[in-house]
Design a protein around this ligand. Structure first.
Ligand code: GDP
Length: 382
């Protein structure tokens, strides 16, 4: 169950954003079987953790098509991580505790404040998103630097004890040390791990360390409601330029936490649609959720029928048997084949039988790599 954490300085709008997506998803009447906090079949959901349905027009269409008894979309788990401050990496403001929460997530929404509001104190004084992004980036990098310093010295000592030769485990440790030293130099030079070029072997070793700057990042620029409505904010071009220069052009999405929160409080879908129509803008929350999901390198395939339409989450590049294993381990163990329809074909041709009649119903073997949006039916031996 992969998670994305919301990270930023205090008072930038993290909680407002978190509450907006939580409300939006709890109010999604489409999914009555599982509203947060009230669900018997879901694991207990922490207050600072929210499971948000990933919006998808294909899923909606499949539900209309099959009219199933149960509809289960894909979910993104979002974690609200308390504000970091300057000096967090060296312990300021409970910094170390928060940074360890960040180590535990798989990707990051980096929230930056681009709204001016005299009533909402800014911990650093004047509004300056570029300075803020630099602070957060530096704290995260310092944390990795500190961690790697320890690794280099511990591994270095272990390798030295063995000297020349050694067994296979010693050789592996030597190899690991070489990689750790390389990553350490990279981080020390001021760069994030995810922007380095690494071999597959190196990636394997690096992944084991859960480094913070290795995690994918989506930047969210929180602008005032007024700026969001007029689609203009003087900081946005500068924020974009900073990201291009310092963060390899990671994705940045402008939005207004205050506006989204206000809309999320409206009870019915009609009220929301009316409010958005009146404002002349769309909610950008769906786009943010999808971007977070994509950042995690996740995709999903569908199963569909009168009982249930469901999205099954797998990592990108998962082969058919392992994808089947997400439904049940028996499906993986006894895998025979995967029958696949493409969503576009089903939509165009109208029924499963029409897809079959047109030769578009495919039978795939165990080497097939499941693609996003595939509609799958697995055959297996019991
Ligand atoms: P956090 O500390 O990052 O979680 O920030 P909060 O979400 O608690 O927001 C801090 C304050 O800023 C709250 O009083 C919010 O109502 C306010 N705030 C958040 N987003 C906006 C915005 O877009 N415009 C304005 N004017 N205020 C906002």
């Amino acid at each position: 169950n992969l998670k994305i954490g919301v990270v930023g300085l205090p008072n930038v709008g993290k909680s407002t954003f978190f509450n907006a997506i939580t409300n939006a998803s709890a109010a999604a009447e489409n999914y009555p079987f599982c509203t947060i906090g009230k669900c018997a079949t879901c694991p207990q959901v922490d207050p600072e953790e929210s499971r948000v349905a990933v919006p998808d027009a294909r899923f909606d269409w499949l539900c209309k098509h099959y009219k199933p008894a149960k509809e289960i979309p894909a979910y993104l788990t979002v974690i609200d991580i308390a504000g970091l401050v300057k000096g967090a990496a060296s312990g300021a403001g409970l910094g170390n505790a928060f940074l360890s929460h960040i180590r535990a997530v798989d990707a990051i929404f980096h929230m930056v404040r681009a709204f001016d509001e005299p009533d909402v104190i800014h911990v650093e004084g004047e509004l300056d998103p570029l300075r803020d992004m630099e602070i957060i980036r530096e704290e995260l990098r310092l944390k990795d630097e500190e961690f790697l310093t320890r690794q280099v010295s511990e591994l270095g000592a272990a390798v030295k004890r063995v000297g020349h030769g050694g067994n296979a485990a010693d050789k592996a440790r030597k190899e690991e040390l070489a990689v750790v030293e390389k990553v350490f130099e990279h981080v020390k030079s001021g760069k994030d791990v995810r922007h380095g070029t690494w071999s597959n072997k190196e990636v394997e070793i690096i992944n084991g360390f859960h480094l913070i700057t290795a995690k994918p990042v989506v930047f969210l620029a929180n602008v005032s409601e007024k700026d969001y409505l007029r689609k203009k904010n003087k900081w946005l071009p500068k924020i974009k330029a900073w990201i291009d220069e310092n963060s390899n052009g990671d994705l940045m999405i402008p939005y207004s936490a205050a506006f989204e929160y206000r809309i999320s409080l409206l009870e019915t879908a009609e009220e929301k649609a009316d409010a958005l129509k009146e404002a002349g803008v769309a909610s950008v929350l769906p786009k943010i959720i999808v971007a977070g999901y994509n950042a995690l390198q996740l995709i999903y395939y569908f199963t569909g029928g009168p009982d249930e339409v469901r999205a099954w989450t797998v990592r990108r590049n998962t082969k058919a048997p392992q994808a089947a294993g997400v439904i049940h381990t028996d499906f993986e163990r006894g895998f025979i084949m995967c029958e696949v329809m493409k969503y576009e074909d089903l939509k165009e041709l109208g029924t499963d039988n029409a897809v079959k009649a047109n030769g578009k119903y495919m039978q795939k073997g165990k080497e097939y790599i499941v693609e996003d949006g595939d509609i799958c039916y697995f055959k297996f031996n019991v």
